[in-house]
Design a binder for this molecule. Structure first.
Ligand code: WTA
Length: 637
């Protein structure tokens, strides 16, 4: 596989070219794909509008570069080794030819079910091969996939289906998750009670649950497949047509549908996959992310397929049926490159070394992490016990909005430093700004991270709300894309991400909007209002704490806490459940009504006196009140 960056010199060469001649640079990177018509112009952009258009005039279908072009030379090569939740069920090997055939067949199923180019298709599935097939079939037919993480509740699913104005949902009867079965179809039915526009639900049979089949609306995947063939010529798409929408939490309540388009997403994901992970053609690669998040989109589905690599795809959780599961799979499939999250590393670290020493991890060559800052002790543990001190670790920093990896350590370019995302990838011009919005040009500085110039993976818009896209990412600092993250640049010019600086919290690597969780809590009848903040947690990185104001003093606080947890679970999903809930008399608010979360965070850190400038608080007494109400409160799970 082509790898452009294999030394410091290569990196400097690529980087300089990408900055001084970006159009030429990205034109070259786009050459190796299947184009129906070559583009006329590489880039048009303006961060003020904002507008970012790439490979203008180009025509293509991404599935031809992911599938068709591999058929000639490597049709029998395995695309996915699928490992089911339970080790007693057999793994499935799916070759590139088989995947191609499944995708074309399902594209026909979509067509037969009235899906047309440009339609939005919501996919609410567990980590089963049908999820990949459904996404690629959408791309093949020119429909827009919107994958919704199968851990989300019916309320979250409904919001996303409505926002995307989808007419079709693909789900399964149930999902295995360790010992549990999640009733996905029942959750879908509940969600769709509020989505009258959805005319069709295609259901995969996975767990064999009894499910309600609503006549005229619901059909089984396997029945539909038998009605058609596996011949489906790819729809010719414009470079700038939308490939997918993926929802991410924002600092206001409503999730944002991040929009990516066909051509430049493909080019960027491919370039970053090749140069960050350094897979050779015979490598086995395993990204443990769920496809419901962007990591799964870019580096489990599109990136590896564009490179024609063999990937492991795992349905289950790392600790089922025991703590050896992952390491057993690394050994069984002789995984060479392994990409996971700091939360997973910390979870497995807690379980001791026995599960690891039972397996041969000698196949591993490169390790990756993503999703949240990795603390030094977790990094060292990963390096020593999984990488046996011989594997390079790529701590990749990026976002749903960036489409692909933006900052990362690079193999053979420099030594990795624990906790550092190190270098900007070619095409990326990071800028650190202070509170006044001034660029801090020197080294050894800390501030907010922005990016100066477009890169091909940049989001196009927020679905249905371009103004929100502008306001969230392109308005805080003129002519810059604002990431929402804090960042340091050290004396050597290396980057280290310090965490979010806005009202979203990274919990176990998942982005959670404080407003989204507050809305859920406020939905409880006895709740007046609430404020949610993050606090450091040994495994999850951050956990959620809710300060809740009730109409009357709760008589049975423990029961009320349970009800609130249930409410959050049902409205947003189990991942949004607060770790701690405190009932307080009021919240620290400014005159303009904004909650000063900074004060609540300080309280959680154990601060009792020094809260900095509190002059804008309406009620100066409130801090004392909060301190006394939490002093004897208990912890909830
Ligand atoms: C955080 C995930 C530190 C960051 C790919 C970012 C990280 C948010 C790292 C995006 C990392 C991601 N080190 N923080 N290596 N990777 N983040 O959209 O706060 O789910 O803004 O995309 O995750 O989360 P998202």
């Amino acid at each position: 596989m082509k790898i452009e960056i294999n030394s410091l010199k290569d990196y400097q060469h690529e980087y300089e070219k990408s900055i001084f001649s970006p159009e030429e640079f990205w034109e070259e990177k786009a050459n190796d794909f299947v184009w129906k018509k070559k583009f006329e112009k590489v880039l048009e952009w303006n961060f003020d509008v904002p507008v970012n258009r790439w490979y203008i005039g180009g025509k293509l279908n991404i599935t031809e570069s992911c599938l068709d072009r591999h058929l000639e030379k490597s049709s029998d090569k395995i695309a996915f080794i699928w490992e089911p939740n339970s080790p007693s069920e057999k793994s499935i090997h799916i070759s590139y030819r088989e995947l191609f055939s499944k995708v074309c067949r399902f594209a026909n199923v979509l067509k037969n079910n009235n899906v047309k180019r440009g339609d939005r298709v919501c996919i609410y599935l567990p980590m089963i091969p049908e999820l990949v097939v459904a996404m690629l079939a959408c791309a093949r037919i020119g429909a827009i996939h919107s994958v919704i993480y199968a851990g989300f509740s019916s309320g979250s699913l409904a919001n996303r289906v409505l926002d995307a104005k989808a007419k079709i949902v693909i789900t399964s009867d149930g999902a295995y998750r360790g010992e549990k079965i999640i009733p996905l179809k029942a959750i879908t039915d509940e969600a769709l009670a509020n989505c009258p526009e959805v005319a069709r639900v295609i259901v995969v049979k996975r767990t064999g649950e009894d499910v309600a089949i609503i006549s005229g609306r619901d059909v089984w995947w396997h029945d539909e497949e038998t009605k058609t063939t596996d011949n489906f010529p790819a729809e010719v798409m414009d470079a700038e047509d939308v490939l997918f929408i993926l929802y991410t939490s924002g600092s206001t309540g409503k999730p944002k549908g991040i929009v990516h388009s066909c051509a430049s997403y493909m080019v960027y994901v491919d370039y970053t996959f090749r140069n960050v992970f350094h897979c050779e053609q015979n490598y086995v690669y395993w990204c443990t992310a769920d496809i419901g998040w962007v990591t799964g989109h870019s580096y489990l589905v599109y990136g590896p397929l564009l490179s024609g690599i063999t990937s492991v795809m795992f349905e289950g959780i790392p600790t089922y049926p025991n703590a050896e599961r992952w390491w057993g799979l690394v050994d069984k499939h002789k995984v060479n490159v392994f990409y996971t999250s700091p939360t997973a590393i910390r979870t497995l670290e807690m379980l001791g070394l026995d599960p690891i020493t039972k397996h041969d991890l000698g196949s591993l060559k490169l390790l990756g992490t993503v999703g949240e800052p990795i603390n030094e002790s977790a990094w060292q543990w990963y390096h020593k016990n999984i990488g046996k001190r011989k594997c390079f670790i790529v701590d990749t920093w990026w976002q749903t909005e960036t489409g692909g990896i933006v900052l990362s350590p690079l193999l053979n370019v420099s030594e990795a430093k624990p906790g550092f995302a190190m270098h900007p990838l070619p095409g990326i011009q990071p800028v650190i700004v202070n509170e006044k919005g001034e660029e801090l040009k020197e080294n050894d500085v800390e501030g907010n991270l922005c990016i100066k110039f477009p890169w091909p993976g940049i989001l196009r818009t927020v679905y249905g709300d371009h103004e929100r896209c502008k306001k969230t990412y392109f308005s805080d600092y003129p002519d810059l894309y604002f990431t929402g993250d804090g960042c340091k640049r050290d004396n050597d010019g290396h980057y280290r991400i310090t965490g979010r600086v806005d009202d979203v919290i990274k919990v176990s690597g998942h982005l959670m909007g404080t407003a989204e969780i507050e809305n859920a809590i406020n939905g409880h009848l006895i709740v007046v209002e609430s404020a949610v903040v993050g606090f450091p947690h040994a495994i999850k990185g951050n956990a959620i704490c809710a300060f809740v104001v009730t109409y009357e003093h709760p008589e049975h606080p423990e029961n009320l806490k349970k009800e609130i947890l249930e409410q959050v679970k049902n409205t947003v999903g189990p991942i949004a459940k607060p770790e701690k809930i405190y009932f307080v008399k009021g919240l620290p608010k400014t005159r303009s009504g904004k909650i000063m979360r900074r004060i609540l965070r300080k309280i959680l850190e154990g601060e009792r006196q020094n809260f900095g400038d509190t002059s804008t608080l309406i009620d100066q007494e409130i801090i004392g009140d909060i301190l006394s109400s939490i002093s004897d409160a208990t912890l909830v799970n």
